[in-house]
Design a protein around this ligand. Structure first.
Ligand SMILES: *Cc1c(COP(=O)(O)O)cnc(C)c1O
Length: 371
């Protein structure tokens, strides 16, 4: 018996009867671009994320690119971002004309360290991108004052954190609620995944929402009238129809991921060579990934794959060490906690449909490796 890293077929089978009529209704109307599913999804996600405005777009990458473009960066303008994240975080900074400046992570949570952000601020810094990595939020209450003090835009990359929340001053705050802009991705493997690419931008600021909506449609609010040069970055109506159905299940799915994470944590507790991922006590984690640290990680990875157990390293090469950013002048040793994480992390299968039997196979295979 094998255990896949992710099983989207199992998820599809559980909602097939709801999704097919939703798709058929789009097909029968033939309104594939900006159909009524788009504002319906935007409103539902705005409510979930406690924001006034949600603007759907073509991908989580574009959801980062458009607000960065709205900053109108000049050559040499700097945007601080963690180096331990998916490539899009920094690729979008580069493509918006900015210079990525990389910050290190907190050893415990893998999230960007506020101290490292503060140390990276220069007179050229224009903004920060914070990533809520693997499904738990970064410490926004420590990062927001830095952004305010230095007049910086704060973008929350929430691609892995839809529905995640953090208790700040006694109130639950959603991923994407507090920054200048929050972003989401509907890439199929994300906690809310479409049947293709998709993304969403979140903001409380009405004027900025209008600007982002324009940038998504070739820079013009009115067709054939262009205030600025924008993009073709719409979400398809078919994708929105899929996402509206799946959104009804998201809370239960995130809860099921938490239950599976708790199960792993108990089962792995006796294996000294691995450490389960700690949750910051202020956070409600949505476990986009269940990422352990493991001794002899590469050998464990090969062993698990040999046993038919899906697992993966997110991320094997941090962004400050990517060849395309060599010109930025980083080297090994620049970001010690990030570099240690890329050598130690291993993500195990986690999804709502994962059974206890499957989890047992994963843990038994890990135990046998170290025995
Ligand atoms: C997936 C992801 C993105 C990009 O989203 P796409 O929809 O694939 O473009 C950006 N940032 C992070 C942290 C991600 O995990």
């Amino acid at each position: 018996m094998t255990v896949p890293l992710l099983d989207l077929v199992a998820q599809y089978n559980s909602i097939r009867d709801e999704i097919e009529p939703a798709l058929r209704s789009v097909i029968e109307r033939q309104a594939f671009i900006m159909g009524p599913e788009i504002p319906a999804l935007e409103q539902a996600i705005a409510e979930l994320s406690h924001v006034r405005h949600a603007i759907a777009c073509a991908s989580g990458t574009d959801a980062l690119l458009l607000p960065l473009r709205a900053l109108e960066l000049a050559p040499g303008d700097e945007i601080i971002a963690p180096a331990f994240t998916f490539f899009a975080t920094a690729g979008a900074i580069h493509n918006a004309g900015g210079k990525p400046v990389f910050a290190d992570i907190d050893r415990a949570t893998f999230n960007v360290s506020p101290e490292s952000i503060e140390a990276a601020i220069t007179p050229r810094t224009r903004g920060l991108v914070v990533v809520h990595l693997f499904g738990q939020m970064a410490p926004m209450e420590r990062i927001l004052p830095l952004a305010r003090k230095h007049g910086l835009a704060l973008i929350e990359d929430g691609a892995q954190a839809i529905g995640a929340r953090r208790r700040i001053d006694g109130a639950w705050r959603m991923a994407g609620e507090l920054g200048t802009v929050g972003t989401l991705s509907f890439f199929p493997s994300k906690n809310l995944g479409g049947w293709g690419d998709g993304g969403m931008m979140l903001t409380q600021d009405e004027a900025l929402a209008g600007r982002l909506a324009r940038l998504r449609l070739h820079g013009g609010a009115r067709q054939y009238h262009h205030e600025e040069v924008g993009y073709n970055s719409r979400l398809d109506s078919l994708q929105a129809a899929v996402l509206l159905v799946k959104l009804r299940h998201l809370q239960a799915w995130n809860q099921a991921r938490r239950a599976r994470a708790d199960w792993y944590a108990r089962a792995l507790a006796g294996i000294a060579a691995v450490s389960p991922p700690p949750t910051d006590p202020a956070n409600e984690h949505i476990y986009h990934q269940y990422t352990i640290r493991a001794e002899r990680r590469d050998a464990l990875l090969a062993h698990l794959k040999g046993q038919g157990i899906g697992c993966a390293v997110y991320y094997p090469v941090a962004l400050h060490l990517q060849p395309c950013f060599a010109n930025l002048g980083y080297s090994r040793g620049s970001l010690p906690a990030t570099e240690r994480a890329m050598e130690e992390v291993l993500s195990l299968p986690i999804y709502p449909e994962l059974t206890e039997v499957q989890q047992g196979l994963v843990v038994d295979a890990i135990r046998r490796f170290y025995a």
